[in-house]
Design a protein around this ligand. Sequence first.
Ligand SMILES: *Cc1c(COP(=O)(O)O)cnc(C)c1O
Length: 538
Amino acid sequence: MELNNLVRENIRNLKSYSTARDEAEAGFSVYLDANESPFENGVNRYPDPKQKELKKIISSIYGIGSEKIFVGNGSDEPIDLIYRIFCEPKIDNVIAVSPTYGMYKVAAQINDIEYREVLLEDDFSMNPDKMLAATDKNSKIIFICSPNNPTGNLIDENAVKQVAKSFSGLVVVDEAYFDFSGEEGFIKKLADYPNIVVFRTLSKAWGMAGLRIGLAFADESIIGLFSAVKYPYNIGSETQNIVLKFLKNSPEEKIRQTISERERVADRIGKMSGVEKVYPSSANFLLVKFKDSKTVYNKLIDNGIVVRDRSSQPKCEGCLRLTIGLVKENNRLLSVLEGDNIVINTGRTVVLERKTKETSIYLKMDLDGNMDTYIETGIPFFNHMLEQLAFHSGISMRLNVAGDLEVDEHHTIEDTAIVIGEAILKAMGNKEGMARYGFLLPMDDSVAQVAIDLGGRAYLNWDVKFIKDCIGGISSDMFSHFFYSLAMASKSTIYISAKGENDHHIAESVFKAFARSLKMALKKEENSYGLPSTKGLL
Ligand SMILES: *Cc1c(COP(=O)(O)O)cnc(C)c1O
């Protein structure tokens, strides 16, 4: 490899910006060179553009000289720099495995560089001959991500070596996830492979994603070019200080735990019926092929769990990428995937699943009305009543009930009431700042009166006289039963009285009035942050 021939002409001729502190190695006590504020506040001075302290400790951690280390603003910086240094827009090209990390392509597009993708094999291994066959005289860089994102597998070391030996350009080996692989990687082998540039990051195993530190390791002639082209002060002084501090604590124990959790989660997911394949992983995530990944994805979202849908990536149809979290987070993931779950979201949202011999109910409820309402119980009149309940209370509900309607409506209505009641109770959380009481007095045309106390005591007072035995196909005593079950499950005191001349209207006015008073009781009161009780306890 002749480095000078690879570098763009403008960069070859670059005289890079000489920063204020380049000569200020030591011995100065008065800094009047950089137009900084002289008033000390901890950050009034420019940071060290060469990050000498930082590189010293990185050098000792990775066992490689400081002159072979580049410290960037996330891996995004060396990814972008390598294009800007080596690739002539509209002329040069790069080659990357596919599927892989999206930033290589984004940076290629930003820099107007042709990006060639070579599909991995079905087992996600890389065929080095195919990589080399995609190159031509304008190929400057080959990107290989190992362990690969999103597939999780290590790329065979010998295949990488073959590509590096035969290619006259640079080979980037992105080892962002290497800490989870138990292997050694290419940093120690750079002397034998002078055209390899290894990327590492402090964003993953080191737990510093928020600080934005990406590392590149390569021959010092290459690192020299990175340093010449980067923004002079690319890492802020506070960032350098915090990183220095964090680098003193080895993440080894956390890595060990993540690896053991990865194996546990992979094992459990591998046994689930909706799963087609769990791909082997050397990273801190799992790529899992589901029979119906869209449904799984939405169900996870409804339960407050976000994962990465990779199903649009080549060879990843039906695949979700699941990051390994804390033990309790992984357990929550597993329980949602396995289906028997009661999971509370943040805020005033709740998801309940309840399965009995008679009914199977799924309910997502948001007390503050931040989603669409969708109700399906199999009983049209009941749907209609619950839609009134949702609309007039301002509560969003996604409710799906599959009940034993071939017997009668009893279980469906009772269990729905229980789930709605439990959902209200759980979604209220600790009830801080909540109004607690709701009253609805009769207005001109209304015939129902409802009073509610959400304070924790379950009681129903029902004073509603229906004219007929059956309303909208539902036995009329089921209405009191519905509110009784709801009052018990939500631990609420509910007084309902209503009268009129048409059962449909009476029933509807009861649901509306109940919804309205529930809305009042659930409302967060401004200027009130305590519990709505003189006892300080609900
Ligand atoms: C997460 C990740 C990185 C790290 O990116 P930063 O910009 O350093 O946070 C790099 N490469 C791959 C393949 C990744 O998945």
